[in-house]
Write a protein that binds this ligand. Structure first.
Ligand code: SF4
Length: 455
């Protein structure tokens, strides 16, 4: 089954799932309340959006220079930078480091980049256990699932769903409170931190002038994943670079505000080097893997490369009426929602993912909330234009659109048949595409023009 058919089938099934809708509404309701309240903290939110957007645009224009500056500074700090062109390169680097150091288990803090390279799965193949330490990630890993949302991986699970999961795997009482379940996860994870040979993190930002990476989180799990093991490996997409540590004063609160409505995340850490001579804490070796994996391909497309300004706050997913109805898994991509719809066809094979751009009402809610001022809905439309220009749409659709254009471009043509004929025609030709659960729209028996003329 093609990606497109799979998507259509999954979307049709989940869109009418009342339980799914109820859980998402409940969890997103809490997000909206926090984000709306948080906006009041800004003296001038629009100015902050423009400033961070401009910093990122400037960084992208000078991407190679800033990445090299980071490499020089991080190497001078004693760390190692590895450049991964593909997901396979990144997996190979990580596997080599772990095998050379005889590592049997790793603790991992939340990172969409590691999802992109399917790290847990790949490490499992060579017998290395990889344990997620972010609570949401821990829950989805236990359930054998992938993150549902780029910021809130277990957003689709209710408290009861998690209780059932903990009951199944740990025989934990079904009526446990959220606090009790969190305490249990914490207890289980403590053992993992202490026995892991390496800690793997992503990076929310890479700082060129400092030669450091930044990780923001709310549970302290990234700090523990890097504090206990002897090796710290961070993996980040090349677009995560920002010029200076000074920029963090703006980016850190900006990411927290748009991601969760917080003034700043509970733990914001900067890692610039492994343990130095005479120091007693921290990992003994530190590596940063800079991942391309299709980003250069996107970078080289002038109209689209603005999408690399994304700071992965997830606000566009929460604003999107389609995401809220079909949920994160339907996309079958690492990055879901509007940003995933824009970038995935360019990061991967365009033809296999451009169908996502048709699952958009072009309402513009995503662009309106994006802290980086990425014109997401316009880019989605651009994706569609590319698909049409490259004749990637099915021949029948192309013929139908030609027919539609021909008929609707002249009022007289629209009026040459009455409403009954039009209704019969759309029932015949469009019913399947319209779906079983929606009522077909109906044409009036007489058009407005005709009625108006009579009057
Ligand atoms: S596109 Fe904008 S709103 Fe969406 S995740 Fe990226 S920064 Fe956030």
């Amino acid at each position: 089954m093609s990606n497109k058919s799979q998507f259509q089938k999954a979307a049709a099934a989940i869109a009418f799932n009342e339980n799914h809708r109820k859980t998402i509404r409940f969890n997103m309701g809490k997000y909206y309340a926090a984000v709306n309240a948080g906006k009041a903290r800004y003296k001038n939110l629009e100015a902050a959006r423009s400033r961070t957007a401009n910093i990122k645009r400037h960084t992208l224009e000078n991407l190679a220079d800033y990445l090299q500056e980071f490499e020089k500074n991080f190497t001078n700090n004693g760390g190692t930078v590895l450049w991964a062109s593909t997901d396979a390169d990144a997996v190979r680097f990580i596997s080599q480091i772990l095998q050379e150091n005889n590592v049997k288990s790793v603790v991992k803090s939340k990172s969409m980049t590691t999802e992109e390279i399917e790290l847990n799965h790949e490490l499992g193949k060579i017998g290395i256990e990889s344990v997620e330490t972010d609570l949401g990630e821990y829950i989805v890993q236990l359930a054998g699932e992938k993150p549902y949302h780029i910021v809130t991986p277990a957003m689709h699970k209710s408290k009861h769903d998690v209780a059932e999961l903990f009951h199944k795997y740990f025989d934990f009482p079904l009526d446990s409170t959220a606090e009790e379940m969190t305490a249990l996860a914490r207890e289980k994870l403590r053992e993992k931190y202490l026995s892991a040979g390496a800690g793997i993190t992503g990076a929310n930002f890479i700082i060129a002038d400092k030669g450091a990476i930044c990780v923001t989180e709310n549970e302290g799990n990234a700090i523990m994943s890097t504090a206990f093991p002897d090796i710290h490996i961070a993996i980040a997409g090349i677009e995560k670079i920002i010029p200076s540590m000074r920029d963090l004063a703006l980016f850190w609160p900006h990411l927290a505000q748009h991601g969760t409505g917080q003034a700043i995340s509970s733990y914001s850490s900067m890692f610039s080097a492994a343990q130095k001579d005479g120091e007693t804490h921290g990992p003994k070796k530190m590596y940063v893997i800079l991942l391309d994996n299709g980003r250069t391909q996107l970078y080289n497309k002038e109209k689209f490369n603005v999408a690399l300004s994304c700071i992965r706050c997830g606000a566009c997913l929460n604003a999107c009426p389609i995401y809220k109805n079909i949920g994160g898994y339907t996309y079958n991509t690492t990055y879901q929602g509007p940003i995933g719809t824009v970038i995935t066809p360019h990061l991967k094979d365009f033809n296999s993912y451009v169908h996502l751009s048709s699952a958009c009402s072009l309402c513009g809610a995503c662009s309106a909330v994006c802290p980086q001022r990425i014109p997401l809905h316009e880019l989605i439309l651009e994706n569609r234009k590319v698909a049409v220009a490259q004749k990637l749409t099915p021949p029948i659709e192309r013929a139908a659109m030609k027919g539609f254009e021909c008929i609707t471009s002249k009022g007289q043509r629209m009026d040459c048949v009455n409403g009954t004929v039009k209704n019969t025609a759309i029932a015949l030709f469009a019913k399947h595409a319209w779906g079983k659960k929606r009522t077909m729209p109906r044409f009036a028996t007489q058009s407005f023009r005709k009625r108006n003329r009579k009057k």
